[in-house]
Design a protein around this ligand. Structure first.
Ligand code: ADP
Length: 271
């Protein structure tokens, strides 16, 4: 992947089946190893974009598409753009088209905002082992990887519990373990700290901070952005309206106000 940007998005457009235009021509690239925040008001198109990066067509059933690594999809975002004949998204140089989806999903780990969209097995360990098993790893090796990843997120002692019996924060960490188990080069996180209590939030941030993958985080948590992401992309109404160093972008009051955001508290006190 090294010669190519980790993520390259060119003139990406997406219209939901009901006609709503969610992405109106996005352009950006993220180099390997970067940590980038994706911010913007509700409805800006953040979640729609993140789903695309994992080859999921927004609007379709997320669980079935996420877990069908081996199935062939019949629709792609690229088909919808075929009139232009060039891919709008490349992951490490690889175009997001049906035939590349298994490899794309190997490279990109997507953490959904709602852990209940992600967890579906009867025990935590089965859930975490599912990814490696699906990638062709043996049962015993998948179990070993799952235990290792559960240890990383401090959930090893919960391995045999039912995912729906875990707390919200624990479910989020179980989802992260499931993603880490597939060793993705790129991590895409949708609102990772939303609905976590302060301790759960700090814990989750510490986990993200120690990962060495390329990371894209969609979030309203601008303090987290300042801590974890040197670069921020601001999205509004399906367009990139700003892209630059987080401290500069997040201290631009006029820019933030124009797009429904506020300067984070830690920067305000310095003004
Ligand atoms: P964000 O994640 O930034 O809040 P979304 O990507 O969820 O934004 O939404 C972008 C736009 O797409 C919004 O106008 C939203 O109403 C619309 N949208 C989201 N999901 C659907 C859907 N399943 N069907 C139709 N429109 C949708």
């Amino acid at each position: 992947m090294s010669d190519h940007p980790a993520i390259q998005v060119e003139r990406l457009r997406y219209r939901y089946p009901d006609g709503r235009e969610a992405l109106r021509g996005l352009d950006f690239r993220i180099e390997s190893g970067e940590r980038v925040a994706l911010v913007g008001p509700n409805g800006a198109g953040k979640s729609t974009l993140l789903l695309h990066l994992n080859g999921i067509l927004p609007g379709e059933d997320r669980r079935s598409s996420l877990h069908s690594h081996t199935h062939t999809h019949t629709r792609t975002t690229e088909d919808e753009r075929s009139t232009r004949g060039e891919p709008a998204i490349r992951i490490g140089g690889l175009a997001i088209v049906d035939r590349n989806l298994p490899e794309i999903r190997r490279r990109v780990g997507l953490l959904f905002q709602d852990p209940d969209d992600q967890l579906f097995c009867t025990s935590v360990i089965e859930d975490v082992a599912f990814g490696p098993l699906n990638l062709g790893v043996s049962r015993s090796e998948a179990r070993r990887i799952a235990i290792e990843c559960l240890e990383r997120v401090s959930l090893a002692e919960h391995a045999d519990r039912a995912p729906h019996h875990l707390s919200f924060g624990e479910r989020k960490r179980a989802c992260l373990a499931g993603i880490l188990a597939c060793r993705p080069a790129i991590l895409v996180l949708d609102e990772p700290t939303a609905n976590l209590d302060p301790r759960g939030r700090r814990r989750f941030m510490a986990l993200i901070a120690e990962l060495d993958a390329t990371i894209l985080i969609a979030t309203h948590d601008l303090e987290m952005v300042l801590e974890l992401c040197p670069r921020t992309i601001l999205l509004d109404q399906g367009r990139v309206v700003a892209d630059g160093p987080s401290p500069r972008l997040l201290s631009d009051q006029d820019l933030l106000e124009a797009h429904g955001l506020e300067i984070p508290y830690s920067l305000r006190s310095r003004l």
